[in-house]
Write a protein that binds this ligand. Structure first.
Ligand code: UDP
Ligand code: MG
Length: 326
């Protein structure tokens, strides 16, 4: 087997603080792997600028002029981590035999990349990077993340535990991924569905090299909710079940109260009345909200809007002079 061509795809959103370091380290790693005859010298690094507002694109563009192995893709606006990743994978797949996705902040140990490629050479189509420990993450991040995996499992979604979006995919796996037309693509849930032969590589997660997390609590909640509702209708079933149970219980209560009345006991009735009104009102609101969540999803999917819009693709289209950043 000749050495496979590797493409490393890095989504970047306002990452000017870490990007120079990231580019440097990835280039060095690429050189090493080429020297070890693990990957072909045609291997490249693709940096996707996800509509950053700082100088991220300028840095990518300049690096691409200086180093031929550095490629750049610029999205027209911020499309979110998952979509930026997809944009990068789809732009790079024609040039590569295998593709690795990694975050720009280098939290994920680069040395796992060597093992990823070795697994690929052993015939695996998908290699998951799995965090062995995450004690460098904050207490809050660790526990919310754990809660998220539990919740997903409870709702019957098959996720690789403690695996984020650090993984290798063969070109045909990315081709298969492209066939999933959902606008709301939750990669960690979809990739196991592809069904190709897969392996895991364990690594330690480090602290962010520099800069702030781009996943504040609001985005984390949105991400978790998207993950659950695009993969499972268990929450809706659960709500129906609660509705059914409370219906049966209130029937029984009704019968009981009627019996008390018939037996001549006076009932003030106010307490039970007010509690049941509030209880049922609450349940109904939850149920409505949940159904709304799914209807919103249907609404989004039926619009078939593009997941991202490419502004500049330095790899696949030569850049017109007038568009180069000053
Ligand atoms: N990212 C992106 N678009 C966004 C948000 C994040 O491309 O809208 C990128 C970001 O630059 C980073 C990766 O996604 O490379 C993961 O983000 P981050 O490290 O902030 O998330 P965390 O590790 O805190 O979960
Ligand atoms: Mg990070």
């Amino acid at each position: 087997m000749s050495d496979p061509i590797l493409a490393i795809v890095v989504p970047c959103y306002n990452e000017e603080e870490v990007l120079p370091e990231t580019i440097g380290r990835l280039r060095a790693l690429r050189e090493e792997l080429i020297e070890e005859r693990l990957i072909s010298p045609k291997s490249a690094l693709l940096f996707v600028d996800d509509g950053s507002r700082d100088s991220t694109w300028k840095l990518i563009y300049k690096a691409s002029l200086r180093y031929p192995e550095v490629k750049g893709l610029k999205l027209a606006r911020n499309a979110g981590h998952q979509n930026a990743l997809l944009a990068g994978l789809f732009a790079a797949k024609a040039h590569a035999d295998c593709l690795i996705s990694i975050d720009a902040d280098l939290q994920d140990d680069l040395s796992a990349i060597r093992e990823f490629v070795q697994k690929f050479r052993q015939g695996y189509d998908i290699v998951y990077g799995v965090r062995r420990r995450r004690d460098t993450d904050t207490w809050f991040k660790r526990h919310t993340a754990q809660g998220f995996y539990r919740l997903m499992k409870m709702f019957g979604v098959d996720l690789v535990y403690n695996h984020a979006d650090y993984r290798l995919m063969s070109r045909r796996a990315v081709d298969a991924l492209e066939q999933f037309g959902e606008v709301n693509l939750f990669l960690r849930g979809i990739v196991p569905l592809l069904g190709f032969r897969s392996a895991s590589v364990y690594y330690d997660r480090k602290e962010r090299l520099a800069g702030q997390t781009k996943y504040p609590l609001k985005k984390m909640i949105a991400f978790a909710l998207d993950g659950v509702t695009s993969f499972s209708i268990t929450p809706i079933r659960f709500i129906s079940l609660i509705g059914f149970v409370s219906f049966v219980v209130s029937l029984m209560f009704g019968a009981y109260f009627l019996f008390l009345k018939w037996a001549g006991h006076t009932q003030t009735g106010w307490t039970s009345l007010i509690t049941s009104i509030w209880l049922l009102g609450g349940l109904q609101l939850i149920a409505l909200g949940l159904i709304g969540e799914y209807i919103g999803k249907i609404y989004k999917e039926t619009k078939r809007r593009p997941r991202y819009i490419v502004d500049l693709d330095l790899w696949n289209w030569p850049l017109p002079q007038r568009l180069s950043p000053a």
